[in-house]
Design a protein around this ligand. Structure first.
Ligand code: DPP
Ligand code: ZN
Length: 895
């Protein structure tokens, strides 16, 4: 398997104008008929061999303009026609078969729960029929599906239904036509026994549309939230970006075996059940939020991805970064208030730091627009998605909200119906805003697309009390990453404010300006080092202003702000920017842990000023409960690990547990108050207010159970156990269960059993049951208990490696979210990891590669973990039959 390079791109020699597909669906052997109208590019000489992608297919027939053609196969399955018809435009007729029920890769056409489903992104269509399977070949599709009527009453494909009827032998057919040219990765079909919730809506433009959500019988009651989210998405895209639904019909179909979260196929989105099905009894608030965000994400792709798509897969972030940015903005607007939107932003940044920052400093580090890949499926990464969204967000920051809208308008005006590049996008945003700092620095700004690694930003101040003058010096640097030794300076927008020592927001006036311009502004750092002089700060107080930098996380960098604890406490108390208040709390807690890490002593007692400040946040009137929960939860172990050279996962775990214990102890009365004060009496709604109350109540309960277990008190564990049994919604029941499991309560085992029984076979609830056990805190007194438990759960009748959701909930949770259990001196976690990667790789390389990534950063570990982890990675790498997917990951890890 070779390396594919961005610089090797060349335009297609042939294009496909239209395709007429016929499917005779049968699980064992499906017959595919394909009639392609192909046109030769003006620059391609007549007679140039035609190469069609194909993988795992059996070819029955191949005709060119009605005549039979000679062909041969490349290794891997592609079809080469050495003498295609000479006419500039000709018809190719192909008949082939594929075997959906043997398709455990879940790429192409496969079966799940007795139905047929497809997943074509990135390169699954070639597993259905021979085709030019590349995103810059856009064709108009007509699709006829034929299948047994009783088993597969619902027959769906992209676009509009044009015909349907009965056939002999109990079969029936449906014919679909999609008027919009699209790349093959957006093709979809579904044939299954499903029911649907539907709703007619009228767009702003006055057009009627039919929205449908298809699920298995019995699940209809769990589709209300998905439908509401879809309706809200349609309205939001019209209001915010002037983009309307362009199809008569828009369908979402849920399937339980799915490699990704969801897929934006034109007019026929296929979703993992996790992002469709929700009821208060089975889904948490986070699940409800996830559904809203993913339904929005896939819907927004209709314009950013489908109408304008990617020229090649290196441009993946063109659609993914932009669409994540759009779904984040959608969720912020849906949150309903500025403070709830800020909470949303904190959550997004938290995720970026927890997942993307580690990726960006490991062996898989790659630019937002990668330069090469072996297996494109390995590049559906948090860098392409979440960092890509930050790169779009910075463009928004540099041109302003109205300017960004102008840029988007220009982007659609220029490129609707085309397959384009990240350069085209940035160019449109800049061209629509010629006087912006983006336009002034466009070439340099685009380093964000080209250079991997998280830049470091450091800030230092010099205060001149007599002159009332503050000099802020910003310096940036970037560490080397694979294949990129030297980095060029980035364009970094730094949103900031200045606070007086009494907490007042100070007016911001730069030297040379006639008057102050508000109390918040954006500085643009483009050099390696730049100084900014603020004047007119005479009343800031003797010690001078405290800078609040990178507000709202205005750039994806690691900030060294040079502040001391007193200054952080001031920001925690007074910053007008909620993100930076949260940041101050996190840094205070993180620094305690980092300071205690060297040596083997216990965590020192928290000083009273910090406890008092945290208490003040917890008790502050009018502050969102969701914010309080985020501010009072210490950074997770992997984030702490990011800050140190040789990671000792056990030591980090131990200190963080001691921190939790101290927070439980010192704020005991406050947690009891928080629990009482945040009980809800009204009916369940998954909105920002209720979710925040439940999140804070759950944190309080965790703290109270932890405290109770430490003191041998049985009241709180008893209450938590009761709540596992009769909590009003899944968020409450799960929160109580987590409190028992993470608190090391003796009731945890019984509560887990109860939870399993109450799941009554509901797949998504069982997923949670597996995940909780995988995340279970290793009891400090009895370490080593989790890994054997995971091994036992692999054999549980409810577990299957074939179902990606199960694998993610049990294995990823264990390897990624439970470092102290995974990184054991006896290497038990690593052996388990290697066993699972190899077992999965035999049938689902995409998921195997995802799991393989959990040990790619073995080099950051201290001994003895480092050597043991390396050995496990080497064992996988040494396996004789490895997919390209896993080979690429372990190869890079060992490089
Ligand atoms: N389904 C994935 C997503 O929407 C890939 N396009 O991000
Ligand atoms: Zn996407």
């Amino acid at each position: 398997t070779g390396l594919i390079r961005r610089e090797d791109y060349s335009a297609p020699a042939y294009r496909i104008l239209s395709v007429d597909l016929t499917f005779d669906l049968d699980p064992a052997k499906t017959l595919v008929g394909s009639k392609l109208r192909i046109t030769r590019d003006a620059a391609t000489p007549a007679g140039t061999p035609l190469r069609l992608d194909g993988e795992g297919l059996s070819l029955l027939r191949c005709l060119g303009d009605g005549e039979s053609l000679s062909f041969r196969h490349e290794e891997g399955g592609a079809l080469i026609i050495d003498n295609p018809p000479a006419a500039e435009t000709f018809t190719l007729e192909i008949r082939n078969t594929c075997a959906p029920e043997k398709n455990l890769e879940l790429s192409g056409l496969y079966t799940s729960g007795g139905g047929f489903f497809t997943q074509c992104e990135a390169e699954g269509f070639r597993r259905i029929t021979y085709f030019l399977d590349r995103p810059d070949v856009m064709a108009v599709y007509s699709v006829t599906l034929r299948a047994d009527k009783a088993k597969y009453p619902v027959l769906l494909s992209n676009g509009n239904l044009v015909e349907q009827g009965s056939l002999d032998n109990g079969r029936h057919y449906a014919k679909w036509h999609d008027p919009f040219p699209k790349p093959a990765y957006l093709f979809a079909l579904v044939a299954a026994d499903l029911v649907c919730r539907e709703q007619k809506i009228t767009s702003r433009a006055g057009k009627e549309h039919l929205l449908q959500v298809y699920v298995r019988r019995g699940d209809l009651g769990k589709t209300e939230h998905a439908m509401a989210s879809l309706i809200a998405s349609v309205a939001w895209d019209e209001a915010r970006f002037g983009l309307s639904l362009d199809l008569e019909r828009f369908m979402i179909v849920a399937v339980s075996d799915f490699n990704m979260g969801a897929m934006e196929n034109k007019g026929l989105n296929i979703f993992n059940t996790k992002y469709v099905l929700a009821s208060p009894a089975t889904a948490t608030d986070a699940d409800f939020a996830g559904i809203e965000s993913v339904v929005g994400h896939e819907y927004f792709h209709n314009w950013t991805g489908n109408r304008i798509t990617c020229r090649d897969w290196f441009q993946l972030s063109l659609k993914e970064g932009l669409t994540v940015y759009r779904d984040q903005e959608f969720s912020m607007d849906m949150a309903g208030s500025a403070s709830a939107a800020a909470v949303q932003r904190i959550g997004d940044v938290k995720r970026l730091r927890e997942f993307q920052f580690p990726e960006d400093s490991g062996p898989m580090a790659h630019p937002v627009r990668p330069d090469s890949y072996v297996e494109i499926n390995n590049f559906y990464t948090t860098t392409v998605y979440e960092k890509g969204a930050e790169v779009v967000r910075m463009q928004d920051t540099l041109v302003g909200r109205a300017g960004f809208r102008r840029g988007m308008d220009l982007y659609f005006q220029r490129h609707d119906g085309q397959a384009v590049t990240c350069d085209d996008f940035a160019q449109a945003i800049a061209d629509a805003n010629p006087d912006s700092p983006l336009a002034a620095n466009l070439a340099q700004f685009k380093h964000w697309y080209a250079q991997a690694g998280t830049p470091r930003l450091s800030a230092r101040t010099r205060w001149d009390a007599t002159a009332g003058r503050l000099r802020l010096t910003l310096t940036q640097s970037a560490l080397p990453s694979p294949g990129q030794a030297d980095k060029q300076a980035f364009v970094i927008p730094v949103r900031l404010g200045l606070l007086a020592r009494d907490g007042r927001a100070l007016p911001l006036q730069l030297d040379g300006e006639a008057a102050p311009a508000g109390t918040e502004r954006v500085l643009v750092l483009s050099a390696t080092e730049q100084s900014f002089d603020f004047v007119g700060l005479g009343d800031a107080g003797e010690a001078g202003p405290v800078p609040s930098l990178l507000r709202g996380f205005s750039a994806p960098v690691v900030l060294d702000d040079g502040l001391d604890s007193a200054e952080r406490l001031l920001l925690l108390r007074h910053d007008a920017d909620a993100f930076n208040r949260w940041e101050a709390a996190q840094r205070l807690l993180q620094e305690l842990l980092l300071a205690a890490l060297p040596g083997d002593g216990d965590l020192p007692a928290l000083d009273e000023a910090l406890v008092e400040a945290l208490r003040a946040v917890l008790r502050e009137d009018g502050l969102d409960a969701a914010f309080k929960e985020l501010a009072l939860t210490p950074p997770i172990e992997s984030v702490i690990a990011e800050q140190v050279e040789a990671v000792d996962p056990q030591r980090i775990h131990r200190l963080r547990e001691q921190l939790r214990a101290q927070l439980a102890e010192r704020l005991h009365a406050d947690w009891a108050w928080a629990w009482d004060a945040h009980q809800l009496r009204e009916g369940y709604r998954p909105d920002a207010h209720q979710s925040g109350c439940r999140a804070l109540a759950n944190l309080a309960l965790q703290m109270l159970v932890l405290h109770a277990v430490a003191h041998g008190d049985e009241v709180w564990p008893g209450r938590a156990y009761q709540r596992v049994k009769d909590g009003g919604c899944m968020t409450e029941r799960l929160g109580a269960l987590l409190a028992l499991v993470h608190g090391g309560s003796a009731l945890a085992g019984a509560a887990l059993e109860r939870f399993h029984a109450d799941a009554r076979g509901d797949d998504l609830v069982l997923d949670k049951w597996f995940a909780i056990q995988a995340a279970a805190t290793e009891p400090l007194g009895a370490p080593g208990s989790v890994a054997p438990r995971i091994r036992a759960l692999l054999q549980h009748p409810d577990f299957s490696l074939k179902n990606p959701n199960r694998v993610r909930n049990l294995i990823s949770t264990f390897c990624r979210d439970n470092p102290a259990a995974f990184h054991r001196a006896d290497a038990g976690g690593y052996v388990l990891w290697a066993d699972v990667v190899l077992a999965l790789d035999a049938f689902n390389p995409q998921i195997a590669a995802r799991i393989a990534r959990h040990l790619e950063r073995w080099r950051v570990l201290a001994e003895p973990w480092r050597s043991a982890a390396r050995e496990a990675v080497a064992r996988v790498a040494g396996h004789p039959r490895l997919s390209a997917d896993v080979r690429e990951i372990v190869g890079k890890a060992l490089d």
